[in-house]
Design a protein around this ligand. Structure first.
Ligand SMILES: [Zn+2]
Ligand SMILES: [Zn+2]
Length: 262
């Protein structure tokens, strides 16, 4: 077990960080994750953090099972999502989308898990790297964060009608967000989740209510967050209108070294 290193006579702002890049307690931001859906553990002697999720969101959506049967004729053919005997307790009627535009499948069809291991003290990589299809981050709700593509070189534009009020829909695997998730963040500084490179993603605003003006190509910068007044590198939702009404969560590259979300 590592011994906590205390800086003597220095103005060091990293008193929780040991010289071997391990930490003794989880960063405060992890308190924002839903404990029913997500578990967060310090592993490998405090040098890494393991985030495990059941992939389910902790909020309402029209994608929870309901008594409405819906059939869509999409690019992958006709899909019918059968009616359930009763509405799931988190089911709400579609507002941003409609039953005949929604993607196939219900949130509660997904019966699996995701896990991500990141460095306890993530640092920026020498070069940025592109995100891939599938999960690129884990949201505080428990569901997954995707980028701005729906398939290989398929932009979101064609499927935007299937997104619910959280900018999310079901996919081949699980319910996932492409856009600002209004269930808990709309033009604010809420924590959205953790990206696969270990950096946190926040809402469009900084902790002081301002829009950051010094963001890099990935929407990231170093500065204080609502969870860390000392400052750390973090991302923001891109504050740029998409199709005149949406905000894309994370269209850029990872600035750190990403691990796979399995
Ligand atoms: Zn999608
Ligand atoms: Zn910021």
């Amino acid at each position: 077990m590592a011994i906590l290193w205390v800086a003597c006579g220095s103005n060091d702002d990293s008193e929780n960080i040991n010289p071997d890049n391990s930490i003794s307690e989880l960063p405060a931001a992890f308190a924002a994750f839903d404990t029913d859906n997500v578990s967060v553990t310090l592993v490998n002697n405090g040098t890494e953090i393991l985030i495990e999720s059941n992939g389910l969101p902790n909020h309402t959506s029209p994608y929870w099972s309901s008594t409405t049967e819906r059939t869509i004729n999409g690019p992958m053919g006709e899909h019918t999502t059968p009616a359930a005997a009763q509405d799931h307790e988190l089911f709400v009627q579609p507002t941003a989308t409609s039953f005949d535009q929604m993607a196939p499948g219900n949130i509660d069809d997904f019966n699996g898990s995701y896990s991500l291991t990141v460095s306890a003290v993530p640092t920026k990589a020498t070069t940025s790297s592109a995100t891939g299809l599938g999960a690129i981050g884990i949201a505080v709700s428990g569901a997954m964060i995707y980028n701005d593509e729906e398939g290989p070189n398929v932009p979101l534009d064609g499927v935007v009608g299937s997104l619910d009020y959280n900018g999310a829909h079901t996919g081949p695997q699980s319910y996932h967000y492409h856009l600002e998730p209004k269930a808990w963040s709309e033009d604010d500084d809420e924590l959205i989740g953790i990206m696969a490179d270990g950096f946190f993603l926040y809402g469009r605003r900084d902790y002081d209510g301002s829009y950051p003006t010094d963001l890099d190509a990935s929407g990231g910068h170093f500065g204080p967050t609502p969870h860390n007044p000392d400052g750390e590198y973090h991302y923001h939702i891109q504050n740029e209108l998409y199709l005149n009404q949406y905000y894309i969560l994370f269209p850029g590259d990872y600035q750190g070294s990403a691990s796979a979300i399995r």
